[in-house]
Ligand binder design. Structure first.
Ligand SMILES: Nc1ncnc2c1ncn2[C@@H]1O[C@H](COP(=O)(O)OP(=O)(O)O)[C@@H](O)[C@H]1O
Ligand SMILES: CC(=O)OP(=O)(O)O
Ligand SMILES: [Mg+2]
Length: 375
């Protein structure tokens, strides 16, 4: 069986194909495209043709917001599509794009191909109630399903699994399993987990809350929103756009959403943007150390987390007091999966390439198998 996985992020789309028989899916090919100017039909046709994949039997799509209804992966039908569409306003950078790819897949591949939706939110379904609740009137919470949903579920799961596998081969005594995973891509979030189960996470009801991101604000005082609404006479759509597309690194710097450009710049606002970005991660890290009562490992992933030693260093410098010490040389030279803490660090610090595609492939295989058992 050949599985195609499609991961639509806010700045990129990643395609991968896997061969899957009884065991672990093994990757055959992958491709990454910037989301700007991408036409799903053309990309899909090209990917299938280039690699000669004529036998794709299932396609797994990452869908960022699954709301209350989707707590596990499922086959996509008209009803599921409608629900993903209904949630589009809460994940405007993601759900509409995922829908585009679902529709393009139906057109480009043969009609019998099964499509599976794998939700970023599903991993956080069992988040403890204290971490989930918003302090607003409870009737509204119940009426609208207002909770911290949490996002980047595939990414945090992928980082945790890779870290856990690395421990299995370790000869040391059994390690604790309090892990803080930090996903820094175009979207950014941080999750505290124990034995692979999330205890808290920074993204909330929508993927806007928490850390500062490329173009998203992350945490801001809700009072600021009502102030701007009044003073700037902003309509709801304009506010959505301001907070999702014109804020974060881009908003503060006024130069770029790409942290590489800001790190190279001498501009004061570029520096402020990078400093605020790293400061926010450090602040959350402190909070999650308190939530977990310390940590056994910290893991960095995502386009920034995997590739920017400068950002990792800014976040973690001066944390020896709580047992975190990175090795500057290991940090600078990290390549692929690597441990960048020094030997005296009580908390291990890792850089781990985030393999969301493998999680997608596993989910696709199990949904198809469960469907086969039912029929
Ligand atoms: N070498 C690098 N140093 C710093 N940031 C990088 C580097 N390479 C890529 N990035 C950043 O990674 C981000 C994209 O990360 P990615 O995880 O692919 O995003 P997405 O959230 O779309 O999945 C971009 O904003 C880019 O600035
Ligand atoms: C949820 C989210 O922000 O995802 P991404 O970082 O891939 O845009
Ligand atoms: Mg991503």
């Amino acid at each position: 069986m050949t599985i195609l996985t499609i991961n639509t992020g806010s700045s990129s789309v990643r395609l991968a194909a896997f061969a899957s028989e009884a065991g672990t899916p093994s990757e055959l090919a992958n491709a990454r495209h910037d989301l700007l100017d991408v036409e799903p039909r053309i990309i899909l046709k090209e990917f299938v043709k280039t690699h000669g994949f004529m036998d794709i039997s299932v396609v797994a799509h990452r869908v960022v917001h699954g709301g209350m209804k989707f707590t596990a992966s499922c086959l996509v039908d008209k009803e599921v599509e409608r629900e993903i569409e209904n949630l589009a306003a809460l994940a405007p950078l993601h759900n509409p794009v995922a829908l585009d790819w679902i529709r393009a897949t139906r057109e480009v591949l043969h009609p019998g191909v099964a499509q599976v939706a794998v939700f970023d939110t599903a991993f956080f379904t069992a988040l403890p109630e204290v971490a989930r609740a918003y302090a607003i009137p409870y009737e509204l919470t119940e009426k609208h399903g207002l909770r911290r949903y949490g996002f980047h579920g595939l990414a945090h799961q992928a980082m945790w699994r890779s870290w856990h596998e690395s421990q299995a081969s370790s000869t040391q005594e059994e390690k604790g399993e309090r892990v803080i995973t930090i996903q820094l891509g175009a979207g950014c979030s941080i999750t505290a987990s124990v034995h692979g189960l999330p205890r808290d996470t920074s993204m909330g009801f929508s993927p806007l809350e928490g850390l500062m991101m490329a173009t998203r604000s992350g945490d801001i005082d809700p009072g600021l929103i009502t102030f701007l609404q009044r003073q700037e006479s902003l309509a709801t759509e304009q506010l959505d756009q301001l907070l999702n597309e014109r804020s974060g690194l881009l908003g503060i710097s006024g130069i770029s959403a790409d942290i590489r450009r800001l790190l190279e710049s001498n501009d004061d606002r570029a520096r402020l943007a990078v400093d605020s970005y790293c400061y926010r991660v450090r602040k959350y890290l402190g909070a999650y150390l308190a939530v977990l009562g310390g940590a056994d490992a910290i893991v960095f992933g995502g386009g920034v987390g995997e590739n920017s030693p400068a950002v990792r260093e800014k976040i973690l410098t001066g944390m020896k007091w709580c047992g975190i010490e990175i090795d500057p040389e290991k940090n600078r030279c990290s390549n692929g999966m690597s441990r960048i803490s020094n030997s005296g660090s009580q908390v291990e610090v890792w850089v781990i390439p985030v393999n969301e595609a493998l999680i997608l492939a596993h989910e696709a295989a199990s949904v198809v198998a469960a469907d086969g058992d039912q029929n």
